[in-house]
Design a protein around this ligand. Structure first.
Ligand code: ATP
Ligand code: MG
Length: 373
């Protein structure tokens, strides 16, 4: 492998659980390689501030600028750890593809262009790492009339697609997104609904735990059909793609509005209902938009939720449901690898978006470059 072919991908998603960093290479005509993966935690104060910045508040410009510095420091630490762990020299890394932390996602709204906002001080990250940084990967697609999301279907297609086979990739992060890899080579994709964000919120509120490990708590509860129906009536689920969403919609207030309608439920029943909601949104979206799918590969932290995985398999009896690990890439590495792949696309001046997914007018080069020196 040549000295300049390694890329680092950095992804911190809406779960706000920290950053995943992978060191990967995508040689043309050969399988991609992942040389290492680290997960860097978010300091609690920064996590709280990022969560707060998802909603209107005081002195937002100042606070967002400092949070963007904070994210850059967390990313830089993850990069350093990754380089030490893999024995890779910074000079051997061609570029970093860094997502940043989404705090608002409103493409197409307000003035018709709208915006998507991923906090990250790319200049500071380049300064700390001495590696080219490609970031702000979503804005150009939004400027071209697209959703700016999801961006990963192109990577999913490159990594997991098999000609003649209809498969789908479901990333269950804070929000869940589906990539539809049709047998004829067409690629689709959209955010299908909540992933872990609401389950995490409820688990934190009720049990003081970051998440429901393996879905064990939700498995002890019973789904409340009326509450599930109330949540499933959310108009977003019926909207036709292209579409994307975030914590702007699936907020604590969204959760509480449902709970107010059905007060005094057992907390474990609420957790079971939230888990079912995530599973049902994904399963119905798949049945509606890619009924011929025979195989579903799940990635993101949700792939580690055994109860959720069993519910998905039960709702999709004609589909083989498994984790992306079955296809050679562990679930927590997939999204970070996608951003390494997007960095390579930028470096090679190839478009990173799929207009048929995001709704952009046409393919665009995605990202802004902060050179190493
Ligand atoms: N062992 C586990 N059991 C159940 N859930 C888990 C487990 N491990 C992780 N998770 C869930 O996965 C979440 C983290 O997933 P992930 O990092 O994929 O989300 P994300 O950061 O929002 O990513 P993205 O936005 O890129 O999809 C955690 O917040 C938690 O809810
Ligand atoms: Mg994460």
């Amino acid at each position: 492998m040549g000295a300049s072919e390694w890329y680092i991908g950095l992804m911190s998603g809406t779960s706000l659980d920290g950053v995943d960093a992978v060191l990967a290479a995508f040689p043309s005509g050969a399988p991609m390689q992942v040389r290492g993966h680290v997960h860097g935690p978010l300091p609690e104060a920064l996590r709280h501030e990022l969560l707060a910045l998802n909603a209107r508040g005081d002195d937002e410009l100042h606070r967002a600028a400092l949070a963007a510095n904070g994210i850059a420091e967390v990313y830089a630490t993850a990069v350093r750890t990754l380089l030490v762990q893999t024995g890779c020299d910074a000079a051997a890394v061609r570029a970093i593809g860094a997502h940043g932390q989404t705090v608002r996602h409103r493409p197409g709204e307000f003035d018709g262009v709208g915006y998507t906002c991923q906090l990250l001080n790319g200049a500071l990250l380049a300064e700390r790492c001495g590696i080219d940084v490609v970031c702000d990967l979503r804005s150009r697609d939004v400027a071209a009339g697209g959703q700016g999301a999801p961006l990963v279907p192109a990577f999913h297609a490159a990594r997991f697609g098999r000609p003649g086979e209809a498969l789908a990739v479901l990333n269950i992060g804070g929000i869940a997104n589906l990539s539809l890899l049709h047998a004829d080579g067409r690629v689709g994709g959209f955010d299908c609904g909540p992933g872990n964000a609401l389950m995490d919120l409820w688990c934190q509120r009720q049990r003081g735990l970051a998440f429901d490990d393996d879905g064990r708590w939700s498995a002890t509860g019973a789904v409340h059909p009326a509450l599930l129906a109330h949540w499933l009536a959310e108009p977003y689920f019926e909207r036709a793609p292209p579409k994307s969403t975030g914590r702007d919609l699936f907020t604590a207030a969204w959760l509480d509005a449902g709970l107010a309608t059905y007060p005094r439920l057992e907390p474990s029943d609420v957790q079971a209902t939230l888990t079912e909601l995530t599973a049902r949104c994904a399963a119905s979206a798949l049945q509606r938009h890619a009924a011929a799918t025979t195989r579903l590969l799940v990635c993101g932290g949700g792939a580690l939720n055994g109860h959720l995985m069993r519910r998905l398999a039960a709702l999709l009896p004609d589909v083989t449901v498994g984790s992306t690990a079955d296809a050679g890439l562990p679930p927590l590495q997939v999204e970070a690898a996608a951003f390494a792949w997007l960095a390579q696309a930028f470096v090679e001046r190839r478009p990173g978006n799929r207009p048929e997914v995001t709704g952009a007018r046409s393919p665009r080069l995605l990202g802004a470059l902060y050179p190493a020196a």
